[in-house]
Design a protein around this ligand. Structure first.
Ligand SMILES: C[S@@+](CC[C@H](N)C(=O)[O-])C[C@H]1O[C@@H](n2cnc3c(N)ncnc32)[C@H](O)[C@@H]1O
Length: 172
């Protein structure tokens, strides 16, 4: 597959999943955490789909377009491995993690801490979208909405949240 095709599929998967997640968490309180602000594309889409929700974005530094930079109180700069520790117990309704680099060694390092961290950020029925597969017993893999290729993206609920993921699916 060409890099262009791969990029398009990735963007389509992100849009489908964010739309799905926005429906699924409609009745669940708690902020959204965007791990990997990057260019700000997915942050911008989250903000559009969840206009009344607090969305806190994390990155090592700001490289986002000006219209996709959160207010200072919702922007956390530095290594997420360290900065996210300050948010343990925040009760996020949704964590969207987009930290994959495509560089195997770097992604292996990320996966040495990310799967353990994510459950500690979630509300009791919280939902997770992630470009990298997260292996942790507290995270239950969920089937992806139609149109998202297997293994391109991953969706999880924290144990006990199965009903929520289904809710987003029923309303598609
Ligand atoms: C693929 S980009 C995110 C793209 C973004 N979701 C978008 O739609 O524009 C990944 C981002 O994660 C950030 N990142 C990766 N690992 C990180 C870490 N350990 N701490 C902070 N930021 C990290 C990178 O700096 C990069 O901006």
């Amino acid at each position: 597959m060409s890099r262009l095709d791969s990029f398009i599929r990735r963007m389509q998967a992100q849009r489908l999943l964010i739309d799905h997640a926005a429906r699924a968490i409609a009745d669940l309180d708690g902020p959204v955490l965007e791990l990997g602000l990057g260019n700000g594309r997915t942050y911008h889409h989250l903000r559009e789909k969840l206009p009344r929700r607090r969305i806190i974005a994390f990155d090592i530094k700001v490289t986002a377009q000006p219209d996709s930079i959160p207010a200072a109180e919702d922007l956390v700069l530095g290594d997420i491995k360290e900065t996210a520790r300050g948010f343990v117990g925040i009760g996020a309704a949704l964590v969207h993690s987009d930290l994959g680099s495509g560089i195997p060694d770097r992604d292996r390092e990320t996966l040495s801490w990310l799967p353990r961290l994510v459950p500690t950020l979630l509300a009791p029925s919280g939902l997770v979208l992630s470009d990298l597969a997260l292996d942790d017993p507290r995270l239950l893999p969920q089937p992806l909405p139609e149109g998202v290729a297997e293994r391109r993206y991953h969706m999880y609920v924290i144990s006990g949240g199965e009903r929520l993921a289904l809710k987003g699916r029923r309303e598609e």
